[in-house]
Write a protein that binds this ligand. Structure first.
Ligand code: FMN
Length: 188
């Protein structure tokens, strides 16, 4: 297989769950957001919304609201200096029609692509990230004052410089032969 800088970046990116206290420069966060802004989306609807918390007090209040009870296990991730709330703006006609006809929620697909653009841009900057799916989405909408305004939470993304002693923990990947097929349906 041929090598590429992008492939190297994909291999370098790993979920980081412990962060240095050092704040993240706004310019670097903006670069990550710009990478997300450049992502493709169904019918170019760009349904993603990124709400960035880098103010320690406001971030602490957010954590108190969305990472309590059963969700408290995600608190260690929230020690990252930055938390990005990834939302989608719902009820966009094109997404609704495609969703109803095809059964695919393209807004969620779009949000995933945008979020991962952000994550890979962060990795390129030497920043660590971790997607957080285990949080209280309803509480997030309430905390942000977005009830009834057509937003749906997708994930949180923890962002920061990795702690100095974070080891390069490699999660296994399925072989290409299992996840891709040529001119045939998948075997399993
Ligand atoms: C949508 C999504 C939600 C995730 N939620 C969590 C989470 O709540 N807590 C966590 O520790 N990791 C979470 N992860 C990280 C995955 O566990 C991780 O990406 C996977 O194990 C592969 O490891 P790697 O990212 O280091 O390659 C999530 C990842 C994705 C894409």
């Amino acid at each position: 297989m041929i090598e590429s800088e992008f492939l190297k970046l994909c291999r370098r990116r790993k979920s980081v769950r412990r962060f240095a206290g050092r704040p993240v420069e706004r310019e670097k966060i903006e670069l990550c957001l710009e990478a997300a802004r450049r992502a493709p989306s169904a019918d170019n609807m760009q349904p993603w919304r990124f709400v960035v918390f880098d103010d320690p007090d406001k971030k602490a209040r957010l954590v108190d609201a969305v990472l309590t009870g059963v969700f408290a296990t995600s608190r260690k991730l929230a020690a990252a200096p930055v938390l990005v709330c990834l939302l989608i703006k719902e009820h966009l006609l094109v997404n609704k029609v495609a969703g109803a006809v095809q059964g695919t929620q393209y807004q969620l697909v779009d949000a995933g692509i945008g979020g991962e653009h952000l994550v890979l841009a962060a990795a390129e900057q030497g920043l660590g990230t971790c997607w957080i799916g285990w949080y209280d989405g309803r509480a997030l909408i309430k905390h942000l004052g977005l009830r009834g305004k057509g937003y749906k939470p997708v994930a949180l993304i923890a962002l920061g410089y990795p702690a100095a002693d974070v080891s390069a923990h490699e999660r296994p990947r399925k072989p290409l032969s299992e996840i891709a097929s040529w001119n045939e349906p998948p075997r399993r």
